[in-house]
Ligand binder design. Structure first.
Ligand SMILES: *Cc1c(COP(=O)(O)O)cnc(C)c1O
Length: 495
């Protein structure tokens, strides 16, 4: 068949859409999209025919999988299928690629619990249910149901936050970065804030304390040195234009060795003696007492409140394990001032966040409940023996699987998990990992395939040329999803 014949034989989209294969597509996708996709597939085939000129026939295109690999994708396999089926498969791949949600679930097998790139804190069942219940219809977001009158969105979680931290009042904004911005602007704009040179932190994504102060209209006055700052350094720097003393928790770094910072209570006494407030960025913000559970030395929010800090801010989706939010707790008058500032509206929190946060706080009221129900708290506190048992069970399930067993070689090793999210720097948790080799594939090729396949992507680590999976960050219902993803890979790798 020559080129002209081949081109003449290309099916018309109008006819193609009536084929059985296209009808299957119509069960999944709207007609308009299927038409576009089939047109793309036919066009691809047309250019291919032109390129391949003499040899190409539609039959060969269908039969030998000669559609260009980038458009045909994995959907077109060498098979005895018809041209219609091949084109429909090509269209299906195009639809999947363009109209599958881009933001989706991935399996985190890295062992980093608060993984910033992977969405930080997975939410509890209670938080998910609360989001659904509040978002599925209308809600009392800014309405006092009993009174039948306008209410405040800050009201919903304020009481719980006060109960959990001992603070007088609380409010919630979009994230902790916003909490800092609002606090500096509302308390310090036009004046000076005093901060230790050992606490001029970069949080990531070019967010630095000095920059955020400048943006919020506060002049930063640095005192002390990188490793040592004394109370007297703050005292000497206080003058008429001073508006607040700032303390930033070293959540994502540590200065060790010859170091000193004044005790929080001493800083508060100094500030209050001069009629100034203390603002503390606590960063990760632990409500659960991890230190008491033998993990790290993270201060709790209540410790800061108890020390008399006027305004304390922290993240909702780090150690607390809730939704992305900036939580601000402290003295009533200062919180009132923050709520009234124009920026409060700019950084205000959304109802989905409030729903998830309130549910998480309800679980945080009791330590045992928090450990059981809040995924971040559970993962951080899960004992080595428990992770090891889960890893062994998972490895056994993979090895004994008829499709996976012959293709993967596994062994278990001791390793460490990290908490991440800029929390507990240097602190690790003993864990047991699965080391995986895919027979006949390099570690990098295997890892890439597991990230790129259509199902749920699997993200692990490669250590010394071996894929390492930490079961600590695999959620309870995810072992099955992992097996499905592996089977998807194995079925493809085998063919
Ligand atoms: C993470 C962090 C922030 C920023 O919090 P987000 O919730 O990410 O905006 C601010 N300060 C410190 C010390 C942090 O660790």
């Amino acid at each position: 068949m020559d080129k002209a014949d081949a081109l003449r034989q290309l099916p018309a989209v109008g006819k193609l859409i009536q084929s059985n294969a296209a009808q299957l597509l119509l069960q999944q996708w709207p007609r308009s999209l299927v038409v576009s996709a089939l047109a793309v597939a036919v066009n691809e085939l047309r250019s291919h025919v032109v390129e391949q000129a003499a040899e190409a026939t539609i039959g060969a295109a269908a039969g030998a999988g000669t559609l260009p690999p980038d458009t045909a994708g994995d959907a077109v396999k060498p098979c005895s299928c018809s041209a219609e089926e091949a084109l429909a498969a090509c269209a299906a791949a195009w639809l999947e690629e363009r109209y599958r949600p881009n933001l989706r679930r991935v399996l985190n097998l890295t062992g980093t619990i608060i993984h910033t790139n992977l969405g930080r804190a997975p939410l509890s069942d209670r938080a998910l249910a609360a989001i659904h219940s509040v978002a599925v219809g209308y809600s009392n977001l800014e309405y006092r149901v009993e009174a039948g009158a306008r209410g405040s969105r800050h009201h919903h979680v304020a009481r719980l936050l006060c109960e959990l931290t001992g603070a007088e009042d609380a409010m919630v904004v979009n994230n902790n970065a916003a909490a800092l911005f609002l606090s500096f602007a509302a308390v310090g704009a036009g004046g000076e804030a005093i901060v230790s040179r050992g606490q001029l932190v970069e949080i990531g994504g070019s967010f630095r304390i000095p920059d955020i102060m400048a943006e919020s209209g506060v002049a930063m006055v640095e005192v002390g040195s990188t490793n040592k700052t004394h109370l007297a350094d703050y005292e000497r720097a206080i003058r008429d234009t001073t508006r607040l003393l700032v303390r930033v928790h070293e959540s994502n770094y540590r200065i060790v060795g010859f170091t000193e910072q004044p005790a929080l209570a001493a800083l508060v006494t100094l500030a209050h003696g001069r009629g100034l407030p203390v603002f503390e960025d606590l960063g990760s913000g632990a409500l659960y007492d991890y230190a008491a559970a033998g993990i790290g030395d993270e201060p709790t929010v209540s410790a800061s409140v108890q020390a008399g800090v006027d305004i304390v801010s922290f993240s909702g989706d780090k150690l607390l394990g809730g939704a992305q939010a900036g939580i601000i707790v402290g003295k009533r008058d200062w919180i009132a001032r923050l709520k009234q500032h124009p920026l409060a509206r700019v950084v205000r929190v959304d109802k989905l966040t409030l729903a998830a946060l309130e549910a998480t706080l309800l679980d945080a009221v009791d330590g045992d409940v928090a450990r059981e129900r809040i995924p971040v708290v559970r993962m951080i506190t899960e004992p080595y023996e428990s992770v090891a048992a889960r890893a062994a069970a998972l490895a056994a399930a993979i090895c004994s699987h008829p499709l996976l067993g012959p293709q993967l070689r596994l062994h278990l090793e001791d390793d460490v998990s990290t908490i991440g999210g800029g929390a507990f720097p240097g602190e690790t948790l003993p864990t047991r990992v699965i080391c995986v080799e895919a027979i006949g594939h390099t570690a990098a090729a295997f890892a890439t395939a597991l990230r790129q396949q259509p199902g749920v992507p699997v993200v692990g680590r490669i250590v010394h040329g071996v894929n390492v999976w930490d079961a600590r960050t695999l959620l309870p219902d995810e072992a099955e999803i992992l097996l499905d993803s592996l089977c998807e890979w194995a079925a493809h790798a085998q063919s």
